[in-house]
Design a protein around this ligand. Structure first.
Ligand code: FSX
Ligand code: SF4
Ligand code: F3S
Length: 431
């Protein structure tokens, strides 16, 4: 079903000129088609479309004109009238993870929907055509929709040795980007590779890999970093552009604020463990199995702007790095992912270190002196007498022995070790 839809969705070049005429006529029809008409023609239910709009609203609760202060029904009604946006998708040095994340939904309906709400004119890994056919399809689409289409770029562009490390139809990737990107209404650099080099640009960077903005700084470019990025962020940007030819507000790294204005740590489900000083010390230890904070395993969440902690992947709850027990590697941050070693503990610049503001969880309670308690008991009578009994009970409890990774109980007769900082020294806050 999905395969059929993909082939149906992409305008492919054809083998004969008469077939070309038919194809062009069909493309005209498609161009004039609104999202609503297309969904109806392809038998996509209104219910599925409203569900899609709800997911888009969850992904972009603020800052996206098409979803702002609306109900899902209103969003669906508005988007239904929008003409399908022509999209030309270029692949350079990448793993195709960005395309995968867009189409590998756990609900087949969603993948169908995505390919219906936009008009994907060219996408090398999805289209059936190849070689000359593919080249013709690209140049036809560029010419036909010049200045109106969005060019989505996936992957970094090699610049070393005149770009010899990647060519398409004999042309270096740099040249293809300048041509196709230069004639687009706007460019969306999807993924960290297209945004600023990503994995291919990691040391020793053999191909001189750069992002789109390094080569076309004057063009209108939206960066959607992430390795891979969240598909709803792309769809939000594309649909807003289709609706009003505008882009959402961007930050100083050209990322849409609606998706990158907060850091992972702010909404991380393990945040309470960070604040309490519960840190995983080793993959597979008890703390790891209990879902404790991954900061000491190199988690870059406190310095990483992205929405993964609230918008999970593939429509499945908890499917995101920290959700499955892996530290965030900061894949949306230019200066972190593929620059700072994955398991290296980072300095935290944005907040105070918890141990300076919160008590450590394993601070020893010590023994309340029966004599002191008794004296108070004499002074305040029966009420404090009850307190004495309670305090004795408290003092004989073992130190957090129900908590994984906590130190062994203090043996009888061992001197009180005195106050401690808690289970460890905690995060490294910057001065
Ligand atoms: Fe892969 Fe895309 Fe990472 Fe890069 O995503 S998921 S290597 S950002 O270009 O295909
Ligand atoms: Fe979550 Fe990482 Fe922050 Fe720990 S350091 S609370 S795992 S984002
Ligand atoms: Fe990337 Fe971190 Fe999210 S590694 S996918 S920004 S949790």
């Amino acid at each position: 079903m999905l395969k059929e839809l993909i082939f149906d969705s992409i305008s492919l070049s054809v083998e004969t000129s008469s077939a070309n005429v038919v194809e062009n006529a069909m493309a005209e029809t498609v161009m004039a088609e609104t999202i609503e008409q297309r969904l109806e023609r392809c038998g996509v239910s209104r219910r599925a479309f409203i569900q899609f709009c709800s997911s888009l609203m969850i992904a972009a609760p603020f800052g996206l004109a098409i979803t702002d202060k609306k109900t899902p029904e209103e969003v669906a009604a508005g988007l239904g009238k929008v003409a399908r946006l022509p999209v030309i998708w270029l692949h350079f040095q990448d793993c195709t993870g960005c395309s995968e994340t867009l189409l590998n939904s756990s609900h087949p309906d969603l993948a169908d929907l995505i390919l219906n709400v936009i008009s994907l004119e060219y996408h090398e890994t999805l289209m059936a055509g190849s070689g000359l056919q593919a080249q013709q399809a690209l140049s036809q689409a560029v010419e036909k929709y010049s200045g109106k289409y969005i060019c989505v770029v996936e992957g970094s562009i090699p610049t070393k040795d005149k770009g010899v490390y990647m060519k398409m139809a004999g042309r270096p990737a740099m040249e293809v980007l300048a041509d196709v990107g230069g004639k687009a209404g706007a460019i969306v650099a999807i993924g960290s590779c297209a945004s600023w080099g990503g994995i291919p640009s990691a040391d020793p960077d053999p191909t001189g890999a750069v992002g789109v903005a390094d080569l076309l700084p004057q063009q209108t470019i939206v960066n959607l970093p992430g390795c891979p990025p969240n598909p709803y962020t792309l769809l939000g940007v594309l649909l807003q552009y289709a609706d009003s030819s505008t882009l959402p507000e961007l930050d100083d790294q050209r990322r849409p604020k609606f998706a990158f204005d907060r850091d992972i740590h702010e909404h991380c489900p393990r945040r309470a463990h960070f604040d309490a000083g519960h840190f995983v010390k080793q993959f597979g230890d008890e703390g790891h199995r209990e879902g404790w904070c991954l900061y000491e395993m190199g988690c870059k969440g406190p310095e990483t702007h992205a929405g993964c902690s609230t918008r999970h992947f593939n429509e499945i709850p908890d499917v995101w790095p920290i959700g499955i027990g892996a530290p965030c590697i900061g894949c949306t941050e230019k200066s972190i992912a593929f620059r700072v070693p994955m398991f290296q503990v980072i300095q935290i610049h944005s907040l105070a270190a918890p141990p300076t503001t919160y008590a450590g969880i394993n601070a020893p309670q010590g023994i309340v002196s029966p004599l002191a308690t008794g004296l108070v008991g004499i002074a305040v009578g029966a009420l404090a007498g009850a307190g004495f009994v309670a305090s004795r009970k408290f003092s004989t409890q073992r130190s957090d022995d129900s908590i994984p990774g906590s130190p062994p109980p203090i043996a009888t007769g061992t001197p009180d070790p005195g106050p401690s900082e808690g289970p460890d020294d905690g995060p490294k806050a910057s001065a």
